[in-house]
Design a protein around this ligand. Structure first.
Ligand code: PAF
Length: 288
């Protein structure tokens, strides 16, 4: 596996593969890789001939006071894991390579509506930072397909909408959420949990699973289900930002006669230093 830091180097590599008719898959990450990321890389390998992974902690998606400085940077360990997974290029640009004119007065990509609800309402500007850097990374790398985790479902939808509306020539692929044995969604931010908080954290998944099961079984009092979820997280010791039932295809507010497979339940909650997010697509429970 080759590690490159410059845009010209990654672009040349990808263009050479594409000139031979090969399909190039791309997995953008912020590093500190765990099993969840490695599953994205495996997914990309299954649907592509060559795989590029980027590691870039993007300053524009962190608000002042968020964990940009503290975000773990573990490039050597990331590189070893990616080599073992068969990724062929690790693209690890510097902040100056990605934002050569600095961070002020940037041209940005804003996906209206989708960026301003749920996590976007609690982290203003976050999804504009994400959409902007992902658009830039697509232009730098030029992949045919890009794989994103469905754990960050709102991010996945923002990126999909951006790619569609801007006619970006890249297929956006969603990969299932990787979970620990007790249901907790894998996330780099789980490392912020103290030992006793790690014991509490699966309550988020259990709460979502309870709501999704009720929806699957025909319950349609959305406000009551959300309120129950809110209470359950509070009782477990978490501070919820939201517990919300939405339409899966555009995250709009649902109407009661929707079929279960159109619904998704999402939540974000603070636990100690960590802000945890998770979701369950009710369609995934329909076989159970
Ligand atoms: O999900 C992430 O790790 C980041 O938001 C992404 C997509 C790599 C953009 O910085």
């Amino acid at each position: 596996m080759e590690t490159v830091h410059r845009i010209e180097a990654v672009r040349a590599r990808v263009r050479a593969w594409q000139a031979e008719g090969r399909v190039v898959g791309f997995v953008p990450t912020m590093g500190n890789l765990h099993e969840g990321h490695l599953r994205l890389v495996r997914h990309a390998r299954r649907i592509s001939d060559h795989v590029v992974v980027s590691v870039f902690v993007n300053p524009t998606q962190f608000a002042p006071g968020e964990d940009f400085d503290a975000y773990p940077r573990t490039l050597d360990a990331d590189s070893e894991q990616l080599r073992a997974e068969g990724a062929e290029v690790l693209f690890a640009p510097s902040v100056a390579e990605v934002y050569p004119r600095g961070l002020d007065h940037l041209v940005t990509v804003h996906v209206p509506g989708l960026s301003d609800i749920l996590c976007g309402a609690h982290r203003p500007g976050h999804f504009t930072g994400v959409a902007t850097v992902v658009c830039k990374l697509f232009n730098m790398v030029g992949p045919d397909r890009a794989v994103f985790g469905r754990k960050d479902f709102q991010q996945f939808q923002v990126i999909r909408r951006m790619a569609t509306d801007l006619n970006l020539p890249v297929e956006i692929v969603g990969s299932p959420t990787a979970r620990e044995a007790d249901g907790l969604a894998m996330s780099s931010r789980n490392a912020y949990l103290e030992a006793h908080e790690r014991g509490i954290a699966p309550a988020l998944y259990q709460c979502l699973h309870g709501i999704a099961t009720a929806l699957r079984d025909g319950e349609r009092d959305f406000l009551e289900l959300e309120a129950q979820g809110w209470r359950r997280l509070g009782a477990a010791g978490m501070r919820p930002d939201y517990v919300s039932i939405r339409r899966r295809y555009d995250l709009s507010e649902p109407v009661p006669d929707l079929p279960a497979d159109d619904l998704i339940v999402l939540a974000a909650a603070h636990l100690g230093r960590a802000r945890l997010i998770d979701n369950i697509e009710v369609a995934d429970l329909l076989g159970e």
